[in-house]
Design a protein around this ligand. Sequence first.
Ligand code: ATP
Ligand code: MG
Length: 454
Amino acid sequence: MIASLLTDLVSNYLFEQRIRQDSLSVEKLATTLAPFFSLADTDTLHTKLLSAGGEMGGRLMLVDAEGKVQLDSYGTLLGVRLQLPQILAVLMENAGSDYGIHRASTAAPEGDADSYISSCAAPMVDDQGNVIGAVLFISSVQELMTSLEGVQSRMLSAFAAVAMAAMAAAMIFSRIITGPISRLTRTIQRMGRGDLSVRVPVRGSGEMRELASAYNTMAQKLETLDQSRNQFVSNASHELKTPMTSLKIMLQTLIAQPEMPAELRVEFMQDMDHEIDRLTGIINDLLTLTKMDSHALELHPAPMDLCQLVQATLRRLRPMAEKRKQTLTASLPDALPMTGDSAKLEQALYNLVDNAVKYSPEGEGIEIAAQREGRNAILTVTDHGPGIPAEDLPHIFDRFYRVDKARSRDTGGTGLGLSIVRQMVTLHQGTVTVESVEGKGSVFRVELPLEVKP
Ligand SMILES: Nc1ncnc2c1ncn2[C@@H]1O[C@H](COP(=O)(O)OP(=O)(O)OP(=O)(O)O)[C@@H](O)[C@H]1O
Ligand SMILES: [Mg+2]
């Protein structure tokens, strides 16, 4: 389309120039020859015609008012009546000069069959202004045509090349754009089939890059979640298996020895009772944690007094502390009103004091303090026990994490207590931190907002 428009423009320009040039020359010649034509001065006309024909590089003919050839620079068409539209136009319609392009075979009096010729006619006018004949100039425009065709074909090939380049560029661009999306799709499909380790390369810039890295973050979270879930299940089954095994052994001993002395039998049964308590404890902890994971554990905040909550917790733990000859000291204000879910906060505080009692040696003192600091309530549990090694500190809030497996086994720990503390405190939009020095003791600090935001 654009190619043909352009070739039209070029051809118009070239032909217009040629027409203007030819028309001017033929008109000039017609004016020069008209007086000689009206005088029928054939010799002069012939001489002038031949020399002008040579100069202009074409065939010149003079036709009379009827269109009959009177003189021909090639000398072959004398007396022939020409039906060229240009001649007719000039003679009949009294127009100025007229111009036409023809294939030689149809239009020409003569010439080779395939070439293009131009014919240009101009009227010869006598003194009275009557048209007495016309000058016809015929020349080949084959060269012009050939060069035009050359231009046309070059343009066509240039346009074809441009079109192909544009298509190739479009394909490359679409690949650049859709490539990352199809990579992402393939990755998501692999992930859907269960391979959580797949990631997409984060390349390029802009939105695709953001999408890829957001996807990777999500995949990483899913993978971690999946791993921790697997870990949780295997740890939980292991923890449940231990008390079950000892229960089974004790039961088998009782069955195998029906003659067992009564006191020993009671001791066995007490041990079994203890194992069952332990099992129940673990199951309760696991239930709490799974409820939290599935967001089924809801906070029911209500106005409460933190001091009363501390006192209640200590009452529950005092018997165990007394058994170990430990003293539980509370340093509390008269009251510390706040809103919170007292059952959950009590569970958290219980776990902290339970640890302090369990891990501190006999006879040590344990201090529990509560105070207000700005918009927060601060709870601290301080013990003078063995402390926690620095390398273990970052992990003690993890599920099933125990510093000294052997030591905890004696005291029956599962490694769930502190992770429950953290979950409960987080549920209250609070924080729990620990400072501990090995061999000196530990301080657990819980910071709770006085008002839990809904
Ligand atoms: N006050 C403390 N002094 C020394 N070590 C502690 C103290 N509190 C916790 N730890 C260490 O941190 C570990 C994790 O505590 P956590 O309360 O989560 O589990 P646990 O007491 O072993 O078992 P559980 O509380 O589930 O019965 C404990 O096993 C213990 O090694
Ligand atoms: Mg504990």
